[in-house]
Design a protein around this ligand. Structure first.
Ligand SMILES: [Zn+2]
Length: 454
């Protein structure tokens, strides 16, 4: 009833002059304790070590504020310290990552709820991470941290330790970059609360935020394709404030991840032996996109605007018009072909022009294929596969009936030969319909002697 009483009283009163109105409190604005210059979006605790040689420079000597999002708590993989596994290992690794980043003064660190997902297929990781939920969480954290620059893993399928989870972090970070500035996306996040001092508000009170630049990095086993594609930071330079080289600061940060043999234990060993060669590689970034003018290899701060930028829409997905009968690599390759264009980062297609993958010698290779029939009549397509000596085709070659305006998904399964030394080999798939070739795909396969990426 109170609003009714107030209304009735007010209509009976003269309109007060401006001087008689009560003074409203000042608006607090966004909480500056969470403001970041750089937001790092990665998959696993210890992934930040891929760029910590640069972060040391940015934090200690350029006084940049850094915030970090991890997609998982690192609940899989071996434990170099003890028996703890699964959720217990994740609980340990969250603390290792927090301590490592705290040593760099980075306290704004969040963990999404993704599980570690072995393999290189980004689509499998996006599924287990509950893509929509992880993206909504990331958009929220972009709006909370308001970064000018996002650094993340390269969303691309390359040979090497190019984990599907890493790629998932890169995909979600790119999507969040493009969505966080749009007030119609997850509008509940950017709706002010009814009464911020009270409970039951149910809207989050953030503001839309448009980052200015996004850069990627890769842990591919070969780095030749990264040259000249973005800024490169030496780790040999000495930190003016810390008086030791950046590689040494990176090694100190990595040493916190002691459950992990290939990072924390490796750093510990480097200190024991006084051998820091592993840490002396430069940090290579790949330019993703920018809303301000810059040179591809310039510093990540180059040209940054000092006032917030308006929302910048991207191209978005546009329907692909095919003709006749055609063959294409499916799965993550088909996804990335359209993802890069949709998010205005189509130049990433030039990084690895020929599709490639690496698998451990003696394990199975899954090759998803799509047979498109964009004609008005049903067709039969014969798929044949050429494999090098020693390989076994378990599933693939067949005649496929494809309905008009449909696509037939084929999962080719090939067993690679065991006991091989590291080598590159070609797999070729050919399609034929009505006696005419409809397409051919060559996939470069790197056989390795190591295990699956972690
Ligand atoms: Zn990782």
């Amino acid at each position: 009833m109170s609003w009714l009483v107030t209304f009735m009283v007010c209509v009976a009163c003269p309109v007060p002059s401006h001087g008689q109105l009560p003074e409203a409190p000042p608006s607090p604005g966004p909480d500056d304790r969470y403001k970041a210059d750089i937001l790092l979006v990665v998959a696993h605790p210890d992934d930040e070590t891929a760029v910590s040689g640069y972060l040391a420079r940015a934090i200690f000597d350029e006084h940049k504020r850094v915030a970090v999002i991890f997609g998982t708590r690192g609940d899989a993989g071996g434990n170099a310290m003890g028996y703890e596994q699964a959720a217990a290992l994740g609980a340990e690794r969250e603390i290792e990552a927090r301590r490592a980043l705290a040593s760099f003064g980075v306290m704004n660190v969040w963990f999404l709820r993704g599980p570690d997902t072995a393999g290189q297929d980004v689509l499998r990781s996006l599924e287990t991470w509950h893509h929509g939920e992880a993206l909504a969480d990331t958009v929220r954290l972009v709006r909370l941290t308001r970064p000018e620059v996002i650094l993340t893993w390269l969303p691309d399928y390359v040979a090497g330790e190019n984990h599907g989870d890493h790629q998932a972090a890169g995909v979600i970070a790119t999507e969040a970059y493009d969505l966080a500035g749009d007030p119609t996306v997850l509008a509940e996040q950017v709706t002010p609360p009814r009464d911020r001092f009270n409970i039951e508000n149910l809207t989050e009170g953030l503001q839309p935020w448009q980052p200015q630049k996004i850069y990627y990095f890769s842990d591919a086993s070969h780095t030749d394709f990264l040259e000249g594609k973005g800024p490169k930071y030496s780790t040999l330079d000495e930190s003016p404030s810390r008086h030791i080289p950046y590689y040494r600061l990176a090694a100190e940060e990595m040493r916190f991840h002691l459950t992990q043999g290939d990072t924390g234990q490796l750093a510990k060993e480097a200190f024991e032996k006084g051998d820091f060669r592993y840490f002396q590689e430069p940090v290579r970034l790949i330019f993703g996109k920018s809303l301000v003018k810059l040179t591809t290899t310039g510093d990540i701060s180059e040209g940054l605007a000092t006032t917030p930028l308006p929302y910048a829409p991207v191209r978005g997905y546009q329907a692909v018009h095919r003709k006749g009968v055609s063959l294409e690599l499916g799965g993550p390759w088909a996804f990335y072909r359209e993802f890069w264009k949709a998010h205005s980062i189509e130049h990433l297609a030039d990084l690895i022009p020929k599709p490639e993958v690496s698998i451990t010698s003696g394990t199975r290779l899954h090759v998803p294929i799509l047979i498109h029939n964009d004609s008005d009549a049903p067709v039969q397509v014969a798929l044949t596969i050429s494999i090098p000596k020693g390989w076994v085709e378990e599933r693939g070659s067949a005649r496929f009936p494809v309905a008009p305006h449909d696509a037939y998904p084929v999962e080719v399964v090939l067993l690679s030969p065991g006991g091989q030394t590291e080598s590159w080999q070609d797999i070729t798939l050919k399609g034929e319909s009505d006696g005419s070739a409809i397409g051919s795909i060559t996939l470069k396969v790197k056989l390795t002697t190591g295990g699956l990426p972690q």
